[in-house]
Design a protein. Sequence first.
Length: 483
Amino acid sequence: MTFDYAPAPESRSVVDLAPSYGLFIDGEFTEGAGGGLRKTVSPATEEVLAEYTQGTADDVDRAVKAARKAFAGWSALPGAERAKYLFRIARIIQERSRELAVLETLDNGKPIRESRDADLPLVAAHFFYYAGWADKLAYAGYGPNPKPLGVAGQVIPWNFPLLMLAWKIAPALACGNTVVLKPAETTPLSALFFADICRQAGLPKGVVNIVTGDGATGAALVGHPGIDKIAFTGSTEVGKAIARTVAGTDKKLTLELGGKAANIVFDDAPIDQAVEGIVNGIFFNQGHVCCAGSRLLVQESVQDELLDALKRRMATLRVGDPLDKNTDIGAINSAEQLARITELADAGAAEGAERWSPACELPSSGYWFAPTLFTGVTQAHRIAREEIFGPVLSVLTFRTPEEAVAKANNTPYGLSAGIWTEKGSRMLWMANKLRAGVIWSNTFNKFDPASPFGGYKESGFGREGGRHGLEAYLAPSNPEGER
């Protein structure tokens, strides 16, 4: 006898959506200069959630000027005073966490369990953490009197809309900078709600400005001469274009781009624990994770045992309504992303890899993709080389640690990796050989605001999180304390 899970939907009534949203500039919501509007839809149902403003170059200019005007007062505040605002923002995020989690799930498509239990606690934690740094910048290792850069232009992706906002805004404000932020075009709502939180916290006008829109809006922000620093999280392709735009200017730049992480399982690894780590590594947030463990490297001697256990576990994953608390895998964020995932998965099968998915019934409306496993994958396959950014896992094998290192590093990316072994010496040896910014041992996708995150090669440069995350928003002082 088997027991089915009864529906356990989270209520939408905790979120009060307006039919239309303007831009947040100089502490107020305002209409865009061009009058253009875009629609944001729920990827699970394809229903229109709200209209929002298509920001223009003129709107970006207004926002940058507001941020520049606010910079003098904000940067002059003692660090302890700036910290009070960050603490206040963090507390309001905690108080409104249920509302924000539902909003994020509606707009992004990720399961409410992840929004509620992973995203929102981390969002608040980042503001708490950097509030603690605001009056201690002289001890951060960047000189005795480091100074803020000025106005930071920040462009964030759609996979973790509110969390990426926190990663960007919290350290920028702690260091005394002001911000113009552009959220992703498919997930603008949580950033607009955050604008309301800034007002609720009494943040001085112009310190945080939110300009919504598509890639043209982002390009206007990146190219604006009044910006002192650009922070971007997103695709490697766009990151390269931003680097070209910023080249030859005085703007500081940090890029957190794509990944093709290897999750490496040795023959002495705890199989059941490794399976949970593999599932979390690739199916968390539908695989919409830049550091996702999308390449499974398994030692040949345990391949069959591991794959049997992995298939059994994948068969228990529940795909469906993201607002249901029982859901493991939600909706793909957009029709465009679904088409990209589908195209690459089809290429994997066409190139000779063996495709497997558990039996699961996908909803009739919305954007969905079943969790998928490919075996018989070689390093020449597109699914082993290109970032899929979806719930698709490619399995490769190895015989020796040296072969595992060679295959893991055989990628243009270098963001993350996972190592599964009971031997601490092997784990440390591997970690020293792998060219990845974040390496997990016997776990995967663990994040902490005190720990730096970032990559090498085509995964970008610079670090976010931890003491290291302050560097991107500070101009170091010399030993005498002068800039």
